[in-house]
Design a protein around this ligand. Structure first.
Ligand code: GCU
Length: 127
């Protein structure tokens, strides 16, 4: 359960594109953040109450190297989440982290820590 927010409702740092050239995504596509350390994706989410929530990112990384990223909420970092490789770019996996959200609107930022930048991100579910 939980509430799903599509990555394509968000925005990215320079060089990121919303793509649909791989299969298996939900919604109209997925976020392909720029291949650079520090490149990021912002996804707006809402929470019906304040408190610790689980974020489940649906992502793909068809390379041979993981794409760890820091996860920030409303500008505060809550640590680094690993995004391990998937079999190919058409295969989607999930990575989860618990973070505090405020009631109402929140911005989740996924910032790549390696030179390849973040993985392709399809959605985040808040539960
Ligand atoms: C490929 C793939 C993209 C992906 C990129 C990357 O170009 O088609 O969807 O984002 O690799 O390495 O990040």
């Amino acid at each position: 359960t939980g509430t799903l927010f599509e990555a394509e409702t968000g925005s990215m740092s320079s060089g990121g594109t919303f793509d649909s050239n791989h299969t298996g995504f939900t919604g109209s596509g997925f976020a392909n953040p720029a291949n650079a350390a520090g490149s990021y994706l912002d996804i707006p989410v809402t929470a019906d109450s304040a408190g610790t929530k689980t974020l489940t990112f649906r992502y793909s990384d068809g390379t041979s190297s993981a794409r760890p990223a820091t996860i920030s909420v409303n500008g505060t970092s809550h640590g680094t989440l690993n995004f391990p490789v998937t079999s190919d770019w058409n295969t989607w996996s999930t990575a989860t982290i618990s973070v505090p959200l405020t009631a109402g609107a929140n911005t989740i930022r996924v910032t790549g820590t390696v030179a390849d930048g973040p993985a392709n991100i399809d959605s985040v579910t808040v539960s």
